[in-house]
Design a protein around this ligand. Structure first.
Ligand code: ACM
Length: 265
């Protein structure tokens, strides 16, 4: 099966959700692909200084204006889109990502492993890792940024049948891109890590984001890696069905050879 997968890397403007959405819409308007993954918190920026900034950029689902803009784009361009956003739900905020499909279906993942100051603003995800159908029924596992640190995230998604890990990110530590090669290899799944670029400053806070968004094959091979600063979309053609084969040798299988009775989890 031939499937085009894309990764979008860019630098959002802090707290300018409408402007950021307009920019992303322009970037996506000519894109010919089956699936595109965008960064974590792609509309809001990342460096919040105060919880009072959240209502300026957060959206509730399914009525959010930008969420519906992405649904329209998915329909019009006949592609699945995964993007990170600040989700408002009752009196809680979640660091979430949405999968929106060309047939109008949608799914939400709420980040389970919050990173550093995110804990000041967001509630941790309250739903287990899950796999959802993207365009063409391809099974997509959703995880966000710091979830990479915990191998249980990708392992859970792989065991649930994910063929592609969709991984919106705002990376500030230097290890994730290399670690995701291993997450792909140990689970024999594709992974798409969409990072942002640039330095963001808010009050006395400052973060540098490492770019280097990438698409990794199910043997851990880098199919595409961007540089630290570019703002662009790249597309790679893959066969997601390769991720259904967990065989390593004729006598080894990445999942069937596990020794659950020997592990402490
Ligand atoms: C991160 O989880 N955004 C570092």
């Amino acid at each position: 099966m031939s499937y085009r997968v894309s990764v979008l890397q860019y630098r959002p403007q802090l707290l300018k959700a409408e402007e950021n959405f307009a920019r992303i819409s322009t970037m996506l308007s000519e894109l010919d692909t089956d699936l595109v993954v965008l960064p974590e918190l792609a509309l809001s920026g990342y460096v919040f200084s105060n919880v009072s900034e959240l209502p300026l950029v957060a959206e509730s689902i399914p009525e959010g204006r930008i969420f519906n803009g992405f649904r329209d784009l998915a329909r019009a361009r006949n592609m699945s889109i995964v993007y990170g956003f600040a989700e408002s739900a009752g009196d809680q905020y979640y660091n979430s990502c949405a999968l929106v499909n060309p047939d109008g279906s949608f799914y939400i993942y709420r980040k389970i492993h919050l990173f550093n100051r995110e804990k000041l603003f967001f509630s941790p995800g309250n739903r287990p890792f899950a796999v959802f159908p993207g365009k063409g029924g391809v099974k997509l596992g959703l995880m966000i940024c710091f979830d990479w640190q915990f191998p249980e995230s990708a392992r859970s998604l792989g065991l649930l049948g994910a063929q592609i890990l969709c991984h919106p990110s705002n990376l500030v530590l230097p290890w994730c891109q290399e670690a995701m090669k291993t997450r792909s290899l140990e689970n024999r799944v594709f992974s798409i890590t969409a990072n942002r670029t640039g330095t963001e400053v808010n009050a006395d806070l400052k973060e540098y984001f490492t770019g280097m968004s990438q698409i990794v094959g199910c043997k851990g091979e880098i199919l595409l890696r961007m540089n630290e600063t570019e703002e662009a979309i790249y597309t790679v053609e893959i066969d997601p069905d390769l991720a259904l084969n967990k065989a390593i040798t004729e006598r080894n299988n990445a999942y069937l050879d596990r020794r659950l009775d020997m592990y402490t989890l």
